[in-house]
Design a protein around this ligand. Structure first.
Ligand code: ARG
Length: 587
C-alpha cells in the first residue's frame, strides 16, 4: 500500500507553509490558512494568510506595502509542484489555487491501484474510547439509546478507518439502588429461590414497573429492597446471582437491536467501575478538590453554582462518582488519548462538570486542543410526527426491535411491488430489505446536525427520491450496473487504463472524490457525521451530472470514464461503511 500523503488540503498547506517561511522569515508559527474556494470559478483552494500577516508585519518596517503584495509574494514563493496548475490573486491578497487536472487524475488512479485505505486521515491519537449506546438495565431501551448507538458506531468507524484503536464501550446502567427493588420482587415471584424466570420476566419493563409499584406502596417491601441493595453490594451470592440474571435478560434484548444494526460493543457497565470509586475519590481528595456540603461530599466547579455531588448524603455513590472512576480508568488503565461520550444533550452539564473536575485534578490538560481529551457528543431528541417526543402507537414505550423490523418490512413490501420477488431469491430479497431499511433509519438520523431534534418519519426516510439512504443506495447500485453492463474487467482496467478529466463535469466529480480524506477528517475532528452525509449526497449529484453529460460505454473515453465510475463507487461504499450502511449492488 502506498503511504498516505495526507489530504489534498494538507498537501497544499505544506506548500504554503514553505512559501510563508520564505515570504515572512521573521514571523514564526504562522499556520497556513487554507480553505476550499467558495466559488469554484476562482479556483479549488484559497490561501487566506495575507490579511492576517499584514496586520502582524505592518509598522515593523516591512518591505510590503499592504496585504495584496504579501499575497503576491506568497504566490511567487510557492515551491514548484506538479499539484498546481496556476494561481491568481483576488481582493486584498487571497491566493486562489487551481489544481492540475493531470495531477488530480493521477491521484485518483493511485487510489484505484493502492486501495481507498490510502485515503485515510491520520489523527493525532492512537487509542480512543467511544462510550455509546449505554442503555439502563431493566428500563426501556429508548430511541435516545438508538440515536447514541447509531452516532457512536459511526464515530467509532471513522476513527477505526483512521487507524485509531477504538474501545467501543457500552456503559450500561447496571448498578444502583433500583436493583434492590428488582431483586426483592424477583424473590417474591420465585419464592423457592430457584430463579428460572426467563419467561416470567421476559418483559423486563413491565417487571420494572410492577416492582416499582410494590416499592412505592408497601413500606415493608421497601425496607427489604433497601436491605437487598446492601446485600448485593456486599457481594452476597444469592443477590449477585439474581442481579446477574436480570442483567442477562436485558442484555439479550439489546443484542437483538445491535445485531440488526450490525453494531459491535464491549460491555463495561457501571458496576465494573464501582470497586475503583473509593480510590479515585481519595485521589481527588488528596488534590483538595472534595468538600463537605449539606451532608454530601462534592466538588465545586469553576463557573458553576451547583457542585458535582460525588458521595450522597446517605454515603452512597452515584452517576457522577461512577463517571469519575470510569474516566480515571480509561486514562490510566486503558491509556486512551481521546474519550468520547455519546448521549443526549440533556447530559451536557453533567459531562462538563466531570471533565472540569478531571482538569482541576490534572488528569486532563486545561486546553481543549491538547490530548488526552474528553469530548461529549450531545444529540437532540427524536420527535414523532406530532412534534412531541417520539413514541410508537398506543403503548408508551418504543420497542426498538419492532421499529427496525417495520423499516425492513416496508422496504421488502416496496421491493415486492417492483417485482423483485420474482427476480431474486428469498435470501437476496431479505438481505436487500434489511440493508435498505436499517440503512434508512441510520441515515435519517445521521444526516442532521446531531445537536438538533429530528423527526422520525418512515415515509420520508424510505422515499427513493431526495436525500435518503434509499436514494443513495440505488444510486450506488446504478453505478455498479453501468460497470457490469460495459462487459469490461474493471480490475484489469485499473492496471492498464489511465484516468483523464477532460470534460468539465469529470473534473468537478474528480475534485469531489479527492476531497474525501479531508471530509472524513473534518467529520471526525468535529464529531459530526452529518458532514460525511452531505458529502455523500453531493457526490451522487456530481456523479449524476457527469453521467448525464458524458457518455461512458462506447465512447472514446470509455476506459477513463469507467475508472471514474469505479472510483465513485469505491468512495460511496466507503462512506456507506463509515455510516454503518450495508451497500446493495443491484436494484
Ligand atoms: N445510561 C445512561 C443513560 O441511559 C448513559 C450513559 C452514558 N455514559 C456515561 N459514561 N455516563 O442515560
Amino acid at each position: 500500500m502506498a503511504p498516505s500523503a495526507g489530504s489534498v488540503k494538507q498537501q497544499i498547506a505544506k506548500l504554503i507553509e514553505e512559501s510563508l517561511r520564505t515570504t515572512v522569515p521573521d514571523e514564526v508559527d504562522v499556520e497556513p490558512a487554507i480553505a476550499p474556494c467558495q466559488n469554484p470559478k476562482f479556483g479549488d483552494y484559497q490561501c487566506n494568510n495575507a490579511m492576517g500577516l499584514w496586520s502582524r508585519v505592518k509598522g515593523k518596517g516591512t518591505q510590503f506595502k499592504g496585504p495584496q503584495p504579501i499575497g503576491q509574494a506568497i504566490m511567487k514563493n510557492l515551491p514548484p509542484s506538479e499539484m498546481i496548475e496556476s494561481c491568481t490573486i483576488a481582493g486584498p491578497g487571497f491566493v486562489n489555487i487551481i489544481l492540475s487536472k493531470h495531477w488530480m487524475a493521477k491521484s485518483i488512479q493511485k487510489m484505484l491501484v493502492h486501495s481507498i485505505e490510502t485515503w485515510a486521515p491520520e489523527p493525532p491519537v492512537k487509542r480512543a474510547v467511544v462510550d455509546f449506546s449505554s442503555p439502563n438495565i431493566a428500563k426501556e431501551m429508548h430511541v435516545g439509546n438508538l440515536r447514541s448507538t447509531i452516532i457512536g458506531d459511526t464515530l467509532a468507524r471513522m476513527l477505526e478507518f483512521s487507524k485509531v484503536e477504538v474501545l467501543r464501550r457500552n456503559h450500561v446502567g447496571d448498578w444502583g439502588t433500583q436493583f434492590g427493588m428488582l431483586i426483592e420482587y424477583l424473590f417474591e415471584k420465585f419464592p423457592s429461590g430457584e430463579v428460572s424466570g426467563d419467561q416470567a420476566i421476559e418483559d423486563l419493563q413491565a417487571f420494572y414497573k410492577a416492582s416499582k409499584q410494590r416499592f412505592d406502596s408497601d413500606p415493608a417491601f421497601k425496607e427489604r429492597a433497601q436491605r437487598a441493595v446492601v446485600s448485593l453490594q456486599g457481594g452476597e451470592e444469592k443477590y449477585r446471582k439474581a442481579w446477574a440474571q436480570i442483567c442477562e435478560i436485558s442484555r439479550r434484548e439489546y443484542e437483538r437491536v445491535y445485531q440488526r444494526l450490525g453494531v459491535q460493543l464491549g460491555e463495561k457497565g457501571e458496576s465494573f467501575y464501582n470497586p475503583y470509586i473509593p480510590r479515585v475519590l481519595d485521589l481527588l481528595n488528596e488534590k483538595g478538590l472534595i468538600e463537605e456540603s449539606e451532608g454530601a461530599r462534592v466538588i465545586f466547579i469553576e463557573g458553576k453554582k451547583i457542585p458535582l455531588i460525588v458521595v450522597k448524603k446517605d454515603g452512597g455513590y452515584n452517576y457522577a462518582s461512577t463517571d469519575l472512576a470510569a474516566l480515571w480508568y480509561r486514562l490510566n488503565e486503558e491509556k486512551a488519548e481521546w474519550i468520547i461520550y455519546v448521549t443526549d444533550v440533556g447530559q451536557r452539564e453533567h459531562f462538563e462538570m466531570v471533565f472540569t473536575s478531571a482538569k482541576q485534578a490534572g488528569w486532563l490538560p486545561a486546553e481543549d486542543n491538547k490530548y488526552p481529551k474528553a469530548s461529549h457528543v450531545g444529540f437532540g431528541l427524536v420527535l414523532g410526527e406530532d412534534g412531541k417526543r417520539f413514541r410508537t402507537r398506543s403503548t408508551e414505550t418504543v420497542k426498538l426491535v419492532d421499529l427496525l423490523d417495520e423499516a425492513k418490512n416496508r422496504c421488502r413490501e416496496a421491493l415486492v411491488q417492483r417485482g423483485k420477488s420474482e427476480e431474486w431469491t428469498a435470501e437476496e430479497l431479505d438481505k436487500t430489505a434489511a440493508a435498505v431499511g436499517y440503512g434508512a433509519v441510520k441515515y435519517a438520523d445521521l444526516k442532521n446536525n446531531r445537536t438538533t431534534n429530528y423527526t422520525f418519519n418512515f415515509d420520508q426516510m424510505l422515499n427513493d427520491k431526495g436525500n435518503t439512504a434509499v436514494y443513495l443506495l440505488y444510486a450506488h447500485a446504478r453505478i455498479c450496473s453501468i460497470i457490469r453492463r460495459s462487459g469490461k474487467d474493471i480490475e484489469e482496467l485499473k492496471k492498464i487504463g489511465t484516468v483523464e478529466l477532460g470534460h468539465p463535469d469529470e473534473r468537478v466529480l474528480g475534485f469531489h472524490l479527492l476531497q474525501f480524506p479531508e471530509i472524513v477528517e473534518e467529520a471526525c475532528t468535529n464529531l459530526l457525521p452529518n458532514i460525511l452525509c452531505e458529502y455523500l449526497y453531493n457526490l451522487s449529484e456530481d456523479f449524476t451530472r457527469f453521467y448525464t453529460n458524458c457518455q461512458v460505454v462506447g465512447s472514446a473515453e470509455e476506459t477513463s470514464r469507467l475508472l471514474l465510475c469505479e472510483a465513485t463507487a469505491l468512495v460511496t461504499r466507503k462512506c456507506f461503511y463509515l455510516l454503518g450502511i450495508t451497500p446493495v449492488y443491484k436494484i
